[in-house]
Design a protein around this ligand. Structure first.
Ligand code: NAD
Ligand code: IPM
Ligand code: MN
Length: 365
């Protein structure tokens, strides 16, 4: 892993639009805070398929391997939806997560006071919200075998995916959740479907056992994932850290994003384990996708990506004060009343993707 080497993979749709704003932040930090980030940028997703016939080339994958971390925009879009699974843009992302062993995906959902009225929920439900969803990212039904589509009798076909987890896969991500909880409000809610799935039953047992062995001081509760989806809308502030599997984490985090006002606000950190030297592989990615419906219009919200970079400053680089400053700059801009279209409300000023990026940088001065 080369220190300070960052690989930008903007991807498709709004990916390049939002990553451009992150790039501006990085270049600003280089010139004004004497930081020495070395940026490289390459193709992943549909854009790579169009040029090279594969969603990610070996060359780009090796660049990711030797970078300190990857900043990913978003991949995918209708143009590539009917490709074989091995060629789909989403494969690039899944390969990076799986092969870099980025098993813990941290998805914080924080409702900024300035945006309470941007949420579709009542202000008193979301005001002050600060939850952390820890999504398992390299197992479960996304990667289980067997999988595929195969012909069966009567001319029918069968689509197959397998949901499975091993003890160690569950324990390592649960550890991350408990450790985070200790630095927050000391509460973990573990979500699964132990009532219908053996993998869910194992999840629940292993999380409980780890708790009883190493994290007795943390308050642990178990919740069925369907109930969790409902509770997130009814009373989201009951949660501190939610730990859950790959698929439930995907869905619950998109849902949680609307508690904060927009999917365009939620950042994420995809982290591996620390090695003996204390180094850790990581990729930072907004939780949203390539948003084909708004791509090319200069209206995408870059805040999710900029806050993902703030997570990189914090988790990969230990630059806590720079991360704080970037997060504060986002708040300052919101205080000034600047809004991209997705979070616009009465009396506020609509700005483009790049104007939002520029405004955030101007607050860093
Ligand atoms: P999406 O997240 O791209 O968009 C969902 C909705 O949220 C759209 O209405 C979109 O306009 C809006 N939205 C998303 N990000 C926004 C932003 N930054 N600012 C303002 N509005 C924003 O989900 P989708 O439409 O279901 O998926 C589109 C494509 O993206 C698919 O090909 C999917 O596979 C892919 N995808 C990729 C990632 C990723 O690369 N990490 C994540 C999710 C979806
Ligand atoms: C996300 C996305 C991805 C996922 C897709 C694009 C593979 O929805 O990062 O949330 O399902 O993990
Ligand atoms: Mn998703």
């Amino acid at each position: 892993i080369k220190k300070r080497k960052i690989l930008l993979l903007p991807g498709d749709g709004i990916g390049p639009e939002v990553i451009q704003e992150v790039k501006k932040v990085i270049l600003w930090l280089n010139s004004n805070k004497s930081l020495d980030f070395e940026i490289d940028q390459d193709l992943a997703g549909g854009c790579s398929y169009d040029k090279h016939g594969t969603p990610i080339t070996d060359e780009v994958f090796y660049k990711a391997l030797e970078s300190e971390f990857v900043m990913l925009g978003a991949v995918g879009g209708p143009k590539w939806d009917n490709l074989d699974f091995s060629k789909k843009p989403e494969r690039a992302l899944l390969k990076l997560r799986k092969e870099l062993k980025l098993f813990a995906n941290l998805r914080p959902a924080i409702c900024f006071e300035q945006l309470v009225d941007a949420s579709t929920l009542k202000p008193e439900i979301v005001s002050g919200l600060d939850i952390m969803i820890v999504r398992e990212l390299t197992g479960g039904i996304y990667f289980g075998e067997p999988r595929g589509i195969k012909p069966i009798e009567n001319g029918e076909r069968k689509g197959i995916n397998t949901h499975s987890y091993t003890t160690s896969e569950i324990v390592r991500v649960a550890k991350v959740a408990f450790d985070l909880a200790r630095k927050r409000s000391n509460k973990v809610t573990s979500c699964e479907k132990s009532n219908v799935m053996e993998a869910g039953q194992l999840w629940k047992e292993e999380v409980q056992e780890l708790h009883d062995k190493e994290f007795k001081d943390v308050e642990l509760s178990h919740m069925l994932a369907d109930n969790c989806a409902m509770q997130l809308l009814k009373n989201p502030k009951q949660f501190d850290v939610i730990v859950t599997d790959n698929l439930f984490g995907d869905m619950l985090s998109d849902q949680a994003s609307m508690l904060t006002g927009s999917l365009g606000l939620l950042p994420s950190a995809s982290l591996g384990a620390k090695n003996k030297e204390g180094e850790m592989r990581a990729m930072y990615e907004p939780i949203h996708g390539s948003a084909p419906d708004i791509a090319g219009k200069e209206i995408a919200n870059p805040i999710a990506s900029i806050l993902s970079f703030a997570m990189a400053l914090r988790y990969s680089l230990d630059l806590d004060s720079e991360a704080d400053a970037l997060e504060k700059a986002v708040q300052d801009v919101l205080n000034e009343g600047l809004r991209t279209k997705d979070i616009l409300s009465e009396g506020k000023k609509e700005v483009s993707t790049s104007a939002m990026g520029d405004a955030i940088i101007s607050k860093l001065q």
